[in-house]
Design a protein around this ligand. Sequence first.
Ligand code: NAD
Length: 330
Amino acid sequence: MKDFKDKVLFVTGGGSGAGFGQAKLFSEAGCKVVIADVRQDHLDQAVKYLKDKGAPVHGIKLDITDRAAYAAAADEVEAVFGTPPQLLFNTAGVNTFGPAEASTYEDYDWVMGVCLDGVINGMVTFVPRMIKAGLGGYIVTTASMGGFWGGPITAPYSAAKAAVINLMESYRASLGKYGIGVSVLCPASINSNIHNAGETRPAHLQKTGYLMDQGAIDSLEFIYKSGLDPVDLAKWLKKGIEEEQLYIIPYPEEKAALEAHFKLIVDSVLPVEADPVNTQRRVDAWKAMMEMAKEAATDPAKAKTGFGRANPELDWVKPAVPRPAVPPTD
Ligand SMILES: NC(=O)c1ccc[n+]([C@@H]2O[C@H](COP(=O)([O-])OP(=O)(O)OC[C@H]3O[C@@H](n4cnc5c(N)ncnc54)[C@H](O)[C@@H]3O)[C@@H](O)[C@H]2O)c1
């Protein structure tokens, strides 16, 4: 997508940090912006900022983990701007860090609830509406470099971010046929307010295994202060959307670590020579399955397999044309 004029943008976490940077930049590019945020103070200051500029903006107080509220927010967008969004930015996120072995269910439920379930809620709420509107569009989820690898103190956060990277790969492979592009933004650090994320942690999920005292918050703030400016990050995001990049990673210092990580994975694969007969049998079966599924997609009436098809009651879903498990770059 290259033309953002009059596009409706729905950005979660748009009241602060990366999301606010996206709201500012894409508003300047001509979007009508809907800012959704769980914090009223963040929401108010962000909406006021854009209103003062005379830009079309609408604020919705939304906890993205609340599915009923999410559906109501989607109805509100259509009531206010007349269409579902053409641009959906799943940007809201929270973090908290401590040893994996100290993690409580509440640490997982809070972080994965916002960072993974919140994104799923955005996709399940908006994707059908976007497809039915037939206007095409673009979806970006903000993951994190932390989603490419686990670490000793990042278990819930890395797991959630890994999942949303993977989720965007799946949706990208699926939504292209509707003219809807998908990217995943993977920042290292951002100069944001995420060190204060604990302030939105719900009362019933307070039990934590991590030490989150003022010292911990101060050191996180110190790290984030040197992070990328949210508007600069949004500029890289816009470029990534214009170039339809799947992964948007405007952090050159991460390249060597990514290369080392993925080399380790690739080097762990058994070479064909070690087991050629079984390998060939599996490859042949996979190819046959792909052919059957491709036939099913192009002529559903003659389908020999039900594998991977939508419930026929959903009349807005086009059949998926499967393909081998290669990096989803198209
Ligand atoms: N700050 C970093 O260094 C960094 C690095 C990598 C990835 N990220 C990711 O960037 C995204 C944006 O974070 P940020 O750093 O700008 O933080 P931020 O705290 O400045 O902004 C996040 C916004 O999301 C809102 N939010 C939190 N929970 C919500 C919920 N349940 N429903 C709706 N809104 C909610 C917050 O109120 C806040 O306004 C997050 O997904 C985060 O994981 C941040």
